[in-house]
Design a protein around this ligand. Structure first.
Ligand code: SAH
Length: 519
């Protein structure tokens, strides 16, 4: 290609470039819009901030360029003019750019500035609004921002005056009847409360500070205008936080559905993308999920081995899945490799357990074999009885799976043990994990690799055992393999599920708590 055509190409591409300003919601993984998620799924460039739920990034397609431009308080990772220019540059290369922002992009998110900068340069901009923390944060703390009896309006202010020397007009604020909501104001809480008091707002006006709202580390302090600062400090709340002032705060005792109740917190060690089902099961039974991912699943992508296995799929007779992730990632790869569904025609499917079977069902395939006990030995032995010498097995699974299963099967027929995904330990979660343990009465382990993940993420077996003891957490193993791994690492096993599934764990915990387990 000569230079002229190259430039031409670039020029033509520029017409396709576009920026979507997308609200990611306040932190809870589920609080993004369908449209927002669809935008992420088709992004070529993803530019994101600090306050978004990072599990959302995993929805970006392979090859998507992910750029972090978040800010830590005063320490700007990338100054705003450079963010504007970055968005412009990427879009003018003809790329689909998603600018993912916490909450709603136009609520103190500088989305307006970015949009105008792009529009002035001829780049098309579309906004996908998000659920703002200023409303959802209070809601998750049991505080409606309006209520017919006490607040017929709500007002959202910034409490950060670094960029704005004007400060707040307290005389005006104190006169408002509606709910007052302050974002970015945690460091200035004293200035806000004193200003309102001095302007005549009654000292007994109810007030609340909600920290890390809608995440599983959400904490709330309640009090009055006179003492909320002290109470927030006593509760050791931290930024990001929202301050709410007004009588609506009094609804909290009735409407607080989200924060951990004593004795019913259950630690969930999966990342949000995989823990949704577990979280729902827990909430339905009035248990409180406390989520702290210790392992993160990362697909290896379309490796040459995966590509060739998929191309030769029709040559296999059995396809064996040992986890729901294995099914999902294999199907994604199949699609990415341009596979033809008819290649599955003759294949038989084996799954390790119900959860994997369900995910497979979701793709329209029934399992031909599932062992009575959900452990890989049962799967191996059961299948060995069924397999013939002229069978050929494809076993797409985790890269860290042990060899026993494939060894058992290889005694019968050829097996292609295909590593699909890696399991990374989230070592950066140690402090968060310790904090979560304080709010968790139960710590269930759903696999041996989760036990390893937990121990490594917290900083070692001794630290893990000590943290469990210190917080009087009861541990639960999903089955014997998991329990064995716990024992090997010196962790106590308080409970072991008879039914090796999430339901088995939930039922066991409810039985342990006593009462309420009526179904
Ligand atoms: N566009 C965002 C707000 C950005 S300003 C929105 O609509 O929510 C950043 C401020 O929002 C933080 O300083 C904090 O006051 C608030 N905030 C955002 N997410 C929060 C969360 N999960 N918990 C508490 N406060 C949050």
């Amino acid at each position: 290609m000569n230079k002229a055509t190259l430039e031409n190409g670039a020029h033509n591409n520029a017409h396709n470039g576009k920026v979507w300003l997308v609200g990611a919601g306040p932190g809870d993984y589920g609080l993004i819009t369908l449209k927002g998620l669809a935008a992420i799924e088709q992004a070529e460039v993803l530019v994101y901030d600090r306050l978004i739920n990072e599990s959302l990034l995993e929805h970006a397609p392979w090859g998507c360029e992910k750029i972090y431009v978040g800010k830590q308080a005063a320490n700007h990772a990338l100054p705003q003019p450079q963010i504007n220019e970055l968005l412009y540059q990427k879009a003018s290369q003809g790329r689909r750019v998603v600018r993912l922002k916490g909450g709603d992009p136009y609520v103190f998110g500088r989305g307006g500035e970015e949009g105008v900068y792009l529009a002035e340069r001829g780049v098309p901009v579309e906004v996908i609004p998000g659920i703002t923390s200023s409303i959802a944060g209070p809601a998750y703390a049991g505080i409606p921002v309006t209520h017919r009896e006490c607040a017929s309006s709500f007002h959202v202010f910034t409490g950060n005056f670094k960029d704005d020397e004007r400060g707040l007009d307290f005389a005006n604020l104190a006169r408002l009847e509606g709910t007052l909501i302050f974002l970015m104001g945690f460091a200035n809480l004293n200035y806000i409360t004193r200003g309102l008091l001095a302007a005549g707002k009654p000292a007994d006006t109810p007030a609340a500070v909600i920290s890390r709202a809608t995440t599983n580390r959400q904490r709330t302090a309640c009090g009055t205008l006179a003492d909320i600062e002290e109470r927030a400090a006593a509760a050791r709340l931290a930024s990001p936080a929202i301050t709410v002032i007004g009588r609506v705060v009094e609804c909290r005792p009735q409407l607080n559905f989200f924060e951990p109740r004593p004795g019913r917190g259950v630690l969930v060690l999966r990342d949000a993308r995989q823990s949704g089902v577990f979280e729902q099961k827990l909430r339905l039974r009035k248990l409180q999920p406390v989520c702290c991912p210790v392992i993160r699943i990362a697909s290896r992508g379309l490796t040459p081995a995966a590509q060739s296995a998929i191309e030769r799929l029709a040559d296999y007779t059995w396809l064996i899945f040992t986890s729901p992730n294995g099914v999902k990632i294999f199907m994604e790869l199949f699609k990415a490799a341009g596979g033809d569904l008819r290649a599955f025609g003759r294949l038989k499917f084996a799954v390790i357990g119900r959860a994997t079977e369900q995910v497979l069902r979701g793709f329209g395939f029934a399992a031909d074999f599932r062992p009575a006990k959900q452990v890989s030995d049962s799967l191996g032995r059961g299948l060995a009885d069924v397999l013939q010498a002229d069978d050929s097995v494809l076993l797409p699974r985790s890269a860290i799976a042990d060899n026993r299963l494939s060894e058992i099967l290889r005694e019968k027929c050829p097996v292609n043990d295909l590593p699909l995904y890696d399991t990374h330990i989230c070592r950066e979660s140690a402090a968060e994990l310790k904090e979560c343990l304080a709010g968790a009465a139960y710590v269930p382990f759903t696999s041996a690799s989760t036990v390893d993940g937990f121990v490594q993420a917290i900083g070692g077996a001794e630290i893990a055992a000590a943290a469990l003891a210190e917080n009087a957490c009861r541990t639960v193993a999903i089955g014997p393999v998991t329990a064995k791994r716990m024992a090997e690492l010196g962790l106590k096993v308080d409970l072991q599920a008879a039914e090796h599934s999430l339901d088995g764990i939930v039922n066991l915990i409810l039985a342990d708590i006593g009462g309420e387990n009526h179904d």
